[in-house]
Every structure is written in structure tokens, then in C-alpha cells.
Write a protein that binds this ligand. Structure first.
Ligand SMILES: Cc1cc2nc3c(=O)[nH]c(=O)nc-3n(C[C@H](O)[C@H](O)[C@H](O)COP(=O)(O)OP(=O)(O)OC[C@H]3O[C@@H](n4cnc5c(N)ncnc54)[C@H](O)[C@@H]3O)c2cc1C
Length: 311
């Protein structure tokens, strides 16, 4: 695969942009995961399209990484190319509409939600406070229709630019994105969110900033942020809460290897320091089985799995 590597380096020429055997534990909030065969940082849409098309021609699988905050990567690592968005993908532009004072904002797929939320807050635009404490990227949040405290991406997105599986660049309207609870069109089809357009009403800067502070305080109180995790490990079952079901199954504090069910918030599987991806995966399977036995409800992982978990 030397020729494949050399060709990648011709497409993405910036120094350090094509790494081999890069440990994924450095790029996930669980702080676990084996090496990515190729870890490629792209800074422009043209580079992204060229890498995707080259992978497709070479029959090499590719995967787009956001901030790794909803991802469990196997200990064996990832075959093929892991793409990371940088450069133009981490910028945003916020423009005020003179007629009604609302904002039209566009953010790159690789931009952190917290950074985008702070820029909006400082300009006095409201409606994105819910996302300020979600440790993901704009692209990952569109893909997951991320949400918290009564807000979700679906409420404020207008459209998104997506580089599709075959490397075409297309605009999808909010309707076409098919957003619902932790679901988007990208749940079923492969693609990379390169940009997303949003609309936000004008608000009071002071109120928005204090709202963000209040929500972040709430998170700190309720969530085990002192440990690596990927947030809520399981989706919310209809009419119920994963954390409640896990607690009722007597699993608070249950530990396998270095992975544990948080006692502070049973919906979180945490890394107590030396967990492997296998520990976390095994604990997730255990939780699913026990909760089904006690409640009859089968939990579904919210966390995305990457790599081989069969052994
Ligand atoms: C402490 C903590 C708290 C959290 N709280 C919340 C919460 O309140 N609400 C909530 O919804 N989530 C929460 N999460 C989960 C997570 O932050 C979100 O799911 C987030 O949207 C994931 O974004 P990411 O960029 O980290 O994606 P990643 O974890 O990197 O990837 C997740 C999926 O998105 C895909 N993806 C990433 N970037 C792109 C892109 N540009 N284009 C297309 N697909 C892409 C990946 O391929 C993968 O399938 C929390 C996580 C943690 C660790």
C-alpha cells in the first residue's frame, strides 16, 4: 500500500496531513481505540472530494470523523482512511438580516459546536444555546440531529452541503436531511457534511450567555464529565429513559475491566482510566441484555461503532 500512501500525499500536500497507524484513542472522547491505517486531514472541499474519489477507485474504505464524541473505535483499529475536517471546514460566517435583525449563519462541518455557539452568543443571536455544551462538531451534530434541553439541530437548520459517497457536492434542504431523534439521511446513506446554514432570531446577549452558563452548570451537576465517555451511550426508548431503566436493572456502578456504568448518570458508560474498547463494548452488551431481562425493553446504542468488535 506504499503507492496508495504516496498518492494520498500528492492529493493532500500539507505537512502532517497524512498519518499512518494514528492511534484513534487520541481522537475520541472515550479515549480508547486502536490505530487508523491512514488518518487524513483535509482543509478544502476539493481535497475532500479528491480523497473520497481516490479511495473509491482504490477500493479502500473511508470514514469521516467529527470530534469523536459519539464514537467507539475497536482496539484493533480501523482499516482504510479516517478523514478529519480542518481549514475551511472550521470557519463560520454570521450575517445579520437588516429587515428583521435575525441572523443567517453558515458553519463548516468541522467546526466545534461550542465555538459556533459562543460566536452566536457574543453577537446576540439566540436559539443555539442548547448546543454549547455538546462536545461535537457541526457535521457530527447534523448527522446525529444532536439535541439537548429541548433544542435540536432540526429546529434551526435551513440546509446543508454534503459531499456524497461518490464525491459529488450537493445541497440538501432541511426536509431532505430527514432529521428526527438522533437520525438524519446520513444514518442510511454515506456522506460528509461540509457546511450547514442556520437561521437564528436576535436576543439579549446577556440572557444568552447566562443561559449557556446555566445549561453547562446543569450538565456538570448531572453528568460524569470528570471521566472520558461518549455522552449518553444508549438512545432514549420511546416513553422512557435509558438511565432510569439501567438503574432499575441494578446496574449503577457495574464495571467490566476499566469500563463502568456511571453512578452519577446511569445512561453514561465511562472509562475509569484504563478501559479498552472491548471492555466498553462488553459492558454495553451486558447492559442491553440485563435491561431487556428486567424491563422487556431492548436498548439501542446511540454511540456509533467503528472497526471490528466480533472477537
Ligand atoms: C460528555 C458528552 C455529552 C454529550 N451530550 C450530548 C447531548 O446533550 N446531546 C447530543 O445529541 N449528543 C451529546 N453527546 C454526543 C455527541 O457529542 C454528539 O452525538 C455529537 O453530535 C457527535 O459529534 P462528533 O463531531 O463528535 O461526531 P463523531 O463522534 O466524530 O461521529 C459520530 C458520527 O457522525 C459522523 N460524522 C462526524 N462528522 C461528520 C460530518 N462532517 N459529516 C457526516 N458525518 C459526520 C461520523 O461518521 C459518525 O458516524 C455528548 C457526548 C459527550 C462525550
Amino acid at each position: 500500500m506504499e503507492a496508495f500512501y504516496e498518492e494520498l500525499c500528492k492529493i493532500v500536500t500539507e505537512e502532517g496531513s497524512v498519518l499512518r497507524e494514528e492511534p484513534m484513542k487520541n481522537h475520541t472522547t472515550f479515549r480508547v481505540g486502536g490505530p487508523a491505517e491512514y488518518f487524513v486531514t483535509v482543509g478544502t472541499t476539493e481535497q475532500l472530494q479528491a480523497v473520497i474519489r481516490f479511495c473509491n477507485r482504490s477500493n479502500v474504505p473511508w470514514f469521516v470523523l467529527g470530534n469523536g464524541s459519539n464514537l467507539l473505535v475497536s482496539d484493533a483499529g480501523v482499516k482504510g482512511v479516517v478523514l478529519r475536517l480542518a481549514g475551511e471546514f472550521t470557519q463560520c460566517e454570521i450575517k445579520e438580516n437588516v429587515h428583521d435583525g435575525s441572523a443567517d449563519a453558515v458553519a463548516g462541518g468541522g467546526m466545534l459546536l461550542s465555538a459556533f455557539a459562543m460566536q452566536l452568543a457574543k453577537k446576540g443571536f439566540s436559539g443555539f444555546e442548547f448546543a454549547a455544551g455538546i462536545p461535537g462538531s457541526v457535521g457530527g451534530a447534523v448527522m446525529m440531529n444532536a439535541g439537548a434541553y429541548g433544542g435540536e439541530i432540526k429546529d434551526c437548520i435551513i440546509r446543508a452541503e454534503i459531499v456524497t459517497e461518490d464525491g459529488e457536492c450537493r445541497i440538501f434542504t432541511a426536509d431532505e436531511l430527514d432529521l428526527s431523534y438522533r437520525h438524519s439521511i446520513l444514518t442510511e446513506t454515506k456522506g460528509v457534511v461540509t457546511k450547514a446554514w442556520f437561521s437564528f432570531p436576535i436576543g439579549s446577549k446577556l440572557y444568552i450567555l447566562s443561559n449557556i452558563e446555566m445549561l453547562n452548570r446543569k450538565r456538570k451537576e448531572k453528568q460524569p464529565l470528570e471521566y472520558p465517555s461518549a455522552g449518553s451511550t444508549f438512545k432514549r426508548p420511546e416513553g422512557n429513559f435509558a438511565g432510569k431503566l439501567i438503574m432499575e436493572a441494578g446496574l449503577a456502578g457495574k464495571q467490566i475491566g476499566g469500563a463502568a456504568v456511571s453512578e452519577k448518570h446511569c445512561g453514561f458508560v465511562i472509562n475509569k482510566g484504563d478501559a479498552t474498547a472491548t471492555d466498553i463494548y462488553t459492558l454495553m452488551q451486558f447492559v442491553i441484555q440485563k435491561v431487556e431481562e428486567t424491563s422487556g425493553i431492548r436498548l439501542e446504542p446511540e454511540v456509533k461503532l467503528l472497526g471490528d468488535f466480533s472477537s
